[in-house]
Design a protein around this ligand. Structure first.
Ligand SMILES: [Zn+2]
Length: 360
């Protein structure tokens, strides 16, 4: 079981949910909104911030915390996954080599050269509290030879990241961030275990589960998650990158993962999918397989005349003041506040879910 995670800007109780503030903002809501509903930390994406507005702009603003008015812990994802998925969609966008990743902006032709060292430096420039090593992503369905090469690169890059991190951290005595590595290996048990063990031997403050975590039909890759968790030290913080759906969170938590980030609750909110605990479940710790919540599809006609809150007993600022019928109306007329209110409710649902998981 993981211990609370100390960062330069406070301790994160675990398990913790960190909303994706990919480009230094959670869409539609302010940092003040996030504080009010009990969010303790956020995830930004170093690669996207390098593209826009640029690391120098963030640095000149006084760092990522000042830039986005967030004084709690910030984890910066390296962007390895995003670079890989952009290049995979369109090979003209760049190339991943043994020693570097080259990415071209399709519109401007601008070229980014990402090395393990550069990615660590970039995250120091941003001023993140938890930095993440550059890893070499694969698709879970890629052939084994490719998974093998990815593990080999990922471990080699992680070692270079660790060395660069130690160089940078030595100059910031007492205020150094934490460093996480990411485990690859697709769906190959031996490779997942090998990657986890080799990264643990180098030594990091936490470990992420890398690659796409779901099967083709959208279910959690529970076996690979378990192999990785079993091959890492028991007390090491384990980050389930990009997971996710509330029932997936419960399943991954049971496997030993304690740090979660995902765009799903905020994206669902913007599309009018709101979450609610089923009756009797708002004060009970869910276990894997429990059917503990439902989605309110706010666009559906019956909600036009539903004058109760989204969820009876929800303590979010939206349910305290507004009815389901009002939110339905705001979505129908395309009011700008609709997505914001829905986002606040869904994020508060996650805060409540994580409080239940912590309390058990
Ligand atoms: Zn609510």
């Amino acid at each position: 079981m993981a211990e609370p995670l100390d960062t330069p800007r406070g301790t994160l109780a675990v398990p913790t949910f960190l909303p994706d503030a990919t480009r230094a903002g959670v869409r539609g809501v302010t940092s003040e909104d996030l504080r009010q509903i009990g969010i303790e930390g956020v995830v930004v994406n170093a690669f996207h911030l390098l593209r826009r507005p640029g690391a120098r702009v963030v640095q000149a603003a006084g760092g990522i915390h000042r830039f986005m008015d967030w004084d709690g812990p910030i984890l910066s994802d390296s962007g390895g996954f995003q670079v890989w998925s952009l290049i995979r969609q369109d090979p003209d966008r760049g190339v991943i080599r043994d020693n570097e990743v080259i990415f071209r902006e399709p519109e401007t032709g601008e070229k980014w050269n990402l090395t393990p060292e550069r990615v660590i430096n970039l995250q120091f420039q941003l001023g993140s509290d938890i930095v993440v090593c550059l890893d070499d992503c694969t698709d879970a369905g890629d052939p084994e030879a490719e998974q093998e090469r990815s593990v080999e690169r990922t471990v080699r890059w992680a070692r270079r990241c660790r060395e660069e991190f130690d160089r940078q951290a030595a100059q910031r005595a007492g205020h150094a961030p934490r460093i996480f590595a990411v485990v690859q290996g697709g769906r190959v048990e031996a490779l997942r275990r090998q990657c986890a063990a080799e990264l643990a031997a180098i030594g990091f403050d936490g470990y992420g589960f890398g690659g796409w975590p779901l099967s083709g039909d959208g279910e959690l890759l529970a076996d690979p998650l378990r192999w990785v968790a079993e091959s890492l030290p028991d007390d090491a913080p384990k980050h389930a990158l990009g997971i996710g759906r509330a029932d997936h969170v419960v399943a991954a938590f049971a496997l030993g993962y304690s740090i979660f980030d995902c765009a799903l609750p905020t994206r669902d909110a913007r599309h009018g999918r709101l979450y609610a605990f089923k009756p009797g479940w708002s004060s009970r710790r869910p276990s894997p397989g429990d059917d503990f919540y439902r989605a309110v599809r706010i666009h559906d006609q019956p909600y036009r005349v539903d004058h109760g809150p989204i969820e009876e007993g929800c303590d979010c600022p939206v349910c305290a003041r507004h009815t389901t019928a009002y939110l339905h109306h705001l979505f129908k007329v395309g009011d700008l506040s609709a997505e914001r209110l829905a986002t606040l409710h869904n994020l508060r649902f996650y805060v409540r879910l994580f409080e239940l998981l912590r309390g058990g």
